[in-house]
Design a protein around this ligand. Structure first.
Ligand code: 4NP
Length: 152
């Protein structure tokens, strides 16, 4: 799960995805990172921690980091929050990422390239909206991945 700072959206996406994966009895791994290193080592934004807590999801132990080109091979999928994150990651290795880089809202609204808006300069409502979008998008993503798995 990739956003810009790895303190607002992607840590929440990591926590939500992990929660839903466990609820489905799967053993898939999830991590998150940012495209910039400005918040390297910092915990998630307090507002993301709070909104997660409201759903019994504890992300307070996560620490921000910047995505590395070395890990691009490691993951089966790399999921970005908006078009800027998508372009920034894609630029790191356009060939290797051809089929595994996605914008998360496209699992809900295929082909529309809708963003999960950056809530950093927003208020509580913006974080709640982001949380709801991430729940819906992660569920749609897991539905799709589980269906794809069953058919192979
Ligand atoms: P995120 O939000 O990408 O969802 O973690 C932001 C965090 C920090 C900044 C911007 C967006 N920043 O400008 O420092």
């Amino acid at each position: 799960m990739v956003c810009l700072g790895n303190i607002c959206r992607s840590p929440l996406a990591e926590g939500i995805a992990r929660h839903l994966i466990a609820k489905r009895g799967l053993d898939w791994r999830v991590d998150s990172a940012g495209t910039i290193d400005w918040h390297q080592g910092s915990p998630p934004d307090k507002r993301s921690i709070e909104v997660g807590k409201g759903h019994q999801i504890d992300i307070s132990g996560l620490r921000a980091r910047k995505i590395t080109s070395a890990e691009l091979d490691h993951w089966d999928m790399i999921i970005t929050m908006d078009a800027q994150n998508y372009q920034d990651v894609k630029r790191m290795n356009p060939e290797a990422l051809e089929h595994k880089l996605h914008m998360i809202m496209n699992f809900l609204y295929p082909g529309q390239n809708r963003p999960v808006p950056d809530p950093y300069y927003g208020g509580k409502k913006d974080f709640e909206d982001v949380c709801q979008m991430l729940f819906d998008a992660c569920n749609a993503m897991l539905d799709e991945l589980q269906t794809a798995r069953k058919s192979v």
